[in-house]
Design a protein around this ligand. Structure first.
Ligand code: NAP
Length: 298
């Protein structure tokens, strides 16, 4: 999801010469000025060849095993992609003098004290979170001043070809079909529109920033409240949204309770300004401003 959005945004900017990579033999995007090469980031030789051929100034690592429950059941693959491959990437970045911008997650925190600042102490409660924290530590090894870690939270955006579905479109589809859903009240987040996230990352690249940055939306709310926002913006029946909590579903991975971010550093250091949640949902769902029930009354 994020990689596709970055390709769209940075591919349009003349100051960048973008090479996108993915596991498919053909790119999932069409048009634009980006090149594309097939790459499995766990393949060290292929990684090394790309550095030799393309000589990147900056690498933005969006690749990850992101399904939290799958990470519990396939720990080996999770560690390979989220931790070991980042170590190889960081080593190559160091060798080639390349800046590494590595994408990480709110799941490095235990959710006891969110929303979090960048200097809060990580304490993951899932294998996914542990693997991502290990990835962060490898990214730091790319060498002083040449790495940035961008942590983000509950990302949503318009579905792109081949991408997994995301929360906003899932809620819209279920409610539009008149199907009841149950959504957790005990997980609090600052949901992030993928377009804002890509903009924040591009700013960190443009201003050559180093260190850890929290890049997310501003609004801190439960996932259940987030579903209610979707219903309101889309003009759908919120009565179909029922409540659930951690005891409702049997999921292999534990989820942190209150994460979410304080984004002051990104706002002040790179001028990051996320859209309001209502506006981001509206744009994700392609709803005209006048059709949104959250627009001011006429
Ligand atoms: N989505 C969220 O809510 C969220 C929240 C916090 C942080 N993040 C972080 O944001 C970053 C981007 O995630 P996303 O939301 O864009 O997730 P995504 O849509 O699942 O994208 C992850 C991509 O990584 C690719 N990948 C996995 N293993 C690979 C490998 N060995 N070699 C090359 N590519 C590989 C996947 O390829 P395939 O399509 O071929 O499987 C997929 O396209 C990740 O670092 C994630 O941890 C996401």
């Amino acid at each position: 999801m994020l990689g596709q959005e970055l390709v769209q945004q940075m591919g349009r900017m003349p100051e960048y010469d973008v090479l996108a990579t993915g596991r498919d033999s053909e790119p999932r995007f069409t048009g634009g000025s980006c090149g594309y090469t097939r790459l499995d980031i766990t393949d060290e030789e292929a990684l090394s060849r790309i550095f030799d051929d393309f000589e990147p100034n900056v690498v933005i690592n969006c690749a990850a095993m992101t399904q939290v429950d799958d990470c519990e059941s396939d720990r080996e693959m999770c560690w390979k992609v989220n931790a070991e491959a980042v170590e190889s990437l960081a080593d190559l970045c160091k060798m080639h003098g390349t800046r590494l911008v590595h994408i990480s997650t709110d799941f490095v925190f235990d959710g006891e004290e969110g929303p979090y600042r960048e200097d809060a102490r990580p304490n993951p409660v899932s294998y996914y979170g542990r693997s991502k924290l290990a990835g962060e530590n490898h990214a730091r090894a790319a060498g002083t001043d040449t790495w940035a870690i961008v942590r983000t939270v509950l990302v949503f955006g318009a579905p792109v070809q081949g991408a997994r579905s995301n929360f906003v479109t899932w809620v819209r589809d279920k409610l539009a079909a008149g199907e009841p859903i149950r959504v957790v009240t005990d997980q609090w987040r600052t949901p992030t529109w993928v377009s804002d996230l890509a903009d924040g990352i591009e700013r960190i690249v443009r201003y050559r920033k180093s260190g850890v940055f929290h890049v997310s939306g501003r609004e801190f709310l439960s996932v259940n409240q987030f579903a209610h926002c979707v219903a309101e913006v889309a003009g759908l029946d919120a009565a179909l949204i029922g409540e659930a909590d951690r005891t409702t579903f049997s999921q292999p991975a534990q989820r942190p309770e209150k994460t979410g971010f304080i984004i002051l550093k990104a706002e002040t250091e790179v001028g990051f300004k996320p859209h309001t949640l209502a506006e981001a949902i509206r744009q994700t769902l392609g709803i005209e401003p006048s059709r949104s029930s959250s627009s001011p009354p006429r």
